[in-house]
Design a protein. Sequence first.
Length: 290
Amino acid sequence: MADYSESSIYARIEVNRLIDFKNHIFTKYNESEMKSMMESIEDMGVTDPILVRPHNEYEGMFEIISGHNRVQACKRLGKRDIHAVIYEELKDDSAAELMLIETNIKKRNLNDFKISEKAKIVARRYKLMKNLNKRKDQLSDIERSKFNELEKDNPFNIGTRQIFYYVQIDDNLTTGLKDLCDSGKLGVKSAVELSYLSDAEQDVVRSFMLDGNKLSYHKANIIRKKAESVEISIEVLNEIFKDKALKKKPEKTYKISPEIIEKYFPDLEDEGDIQMTVELALDQYFSQSS
């Protein structure tokens, strides 16, 4: 991270003067994680200062950019104050939120999050970057410097197509199907195909899956194409999949050796992310060959 010492102040701030970031999109620690953090703070204190900015509505208060869990742990431990870095010139809400996302991702691996959470984080960063790029000249020096630094960064270690997939899921997939993604019952690429259906049609697909029907990418693609000519209903889905040949059609699968996984995907654990990365690489390879 760039050094902004000239634009920031190091201080100890009373925890009762700290307010959560208004657009905080990260899930806070569960009880087990919080207790572990509290034990660490009891033993060694807060080793990494939180990041804050002066609150734009409440005088004398500060908005937390990074460190929500550390602040909560200190409050529960009865700590009076906490070490913080104050960014006086970070006034743009989008720039501050972008910094919030970056600092959280550097501390927590993207693969630690559920699919719907990944989609929300990736989509939010993408939109913030797009928004800030349109009005860079309106940013303060610190905000512009931070934006220029983050514009070159790829904190998620994913490609353009994967970003598109996650944005599509966040924007257009219903909560019900997002829940199926999070539980492992619906793959990322299948979710992208279904995200093109109307909300009502997605609810029908969800009911169909909850009845025990599994949807591969191949089947999700068939549903998407069918929706171009008819409205998807339970009857339509049953009609689509009544063909025994379709139900039993074996899908081609190929294994990637552990050596290749270790060499090319050291930071990716999610199978869907690896598949999307391979697909993107193949797209680029064949586009260059043609």
